[in-house]
Design a protein around this ligand. Sequence first.
Ligand code: GLN
Length: 488
Amino acid sequence: MTLMKKTAAELQALLHNGEVSVKEVTEDSFKQIAALDGQVKAFLALTEEEALAKAAALDNSPKEGRGPLFGLPIGIKDNIVTKGTATTCASKMLENFVPVYDATVVEKVNEAGMVSVGKLNMDEFAMGSTTERSAFQTTHNPWNLDCVPGGSSGGSAAAVAAGEVPFSLGTDTGGSVRQPAAFCGVVGMKPTYGRVSRNGLVAFASSLDQIGPITRTVEDNALLLNAISGVDHRDSSSSQQQVPDFKAALTGDIKGLRVAVPKEYLGEGIAEDVKDKVRASLKVLESLGATIGEVTLPHSKYASPTYYAIATAEASSNLARFDGIRYGYRAEGAKNLDEIYLRSRAEGFGTEVKKRILYGTYALSADHHEDLYVKAMKVRTLISQDFASVFENYDVIVGPTSATTAYEIGGAVKDQLTLYANDILTVSVNLAGIPAISIPCGFSDGLPIGLQIIGKHFDEETLYRVAHAFEQATDFHKRTPSLGEGTN
Ligand code: GLN
């Protein structure tokens, strides 16, 4: 029986009593990866030698002062820089890019005593919702290998769901932690903008990007968010806000909690099976003492176009640095500087990334920026105000994370506009900078469904409290996919 399906608390108890060593826990993670990743294809790179060396050092360290994540394996999305280990953003552009420093979150998980086992697949530069946009491989959903794991943090969610690692880090610019967590039946938190340092995260859209934890249980998620949160002088947008003990919020008590359900989140375009499970989840919350009220978020219908104007505008600027000179891939045989730029970018970036750079450049162009970028920024304010007015009377907003369960591989990606539109339930949270968590709330045809709980700025505590109470009252988090052993 693998150790990878145990919770942090269970693993800590085993480590503390000397029943297992960090080396054994680490080896178990690599054993699981060896058995399963041939099918799941979540990892782009493994760092076995470094991990086992760290495990040995941890085993020899003094017992006092070991934190709650001591000795636990973690996988890192491949747009978070790792010193000495390639960080590719799943792009040919950065295939050979080996960073000379660790991202702040990587330093923090190391300080917490965690053992990083490798880098996880994603849509190229985090642009996508299926992980099919990776330049290197398609990750498969552990619940049904014919389906996508969601994206862009598909590798991070699939690795946890498959039981290859108990923890991973993803990033969420418009849903990329929550939607894959929903598709893979795990817990994914998009923290408040500024809660977690972005230093060392390869930027997609800087005003929207946040790093977030993906785990099997709410408690594990809270522990990992505690480890990575906090102000960082290397990210001027990181917040001075006090970081509470998120685990202390897991009281199980949600009596009197005011839950808002936006009518737009259970309306047209949301699959019936998803609506059914969300409605059943609301009943669970009610039975635990919460009160439910219907609200409206009138500008949510503009969320996807607003997000795509802003995210692509910022991406077009952020990705300008990949020019064949300063970073990344350089085309061979270019005859002059212009040709280096043109050919390196043409050959190094995939189609979706190029499309977004073009949209973004257009949205910022002299003739169109008033109509596109500036207008989108105004609508962004209206979307934030919609949330603020709901939060005057409610503690959390609850709805689905995604309009459907996981798509079939090769199916959805043909219709890119539908994929963009399907981001409607997640992107407005990033536009407003507020936190949201996705937790498992049911299954349809063997595929998981995610419940999204959205909160006020810097109120992750309430999200964890609600998510934990729901989790304790249900057993969805206890189910695991029945992946066969061995590779194919
Ligand atoms: N699916 C969204 C997109 O394609 C979100 C991506 C993300 O959060 N990184 O942009």
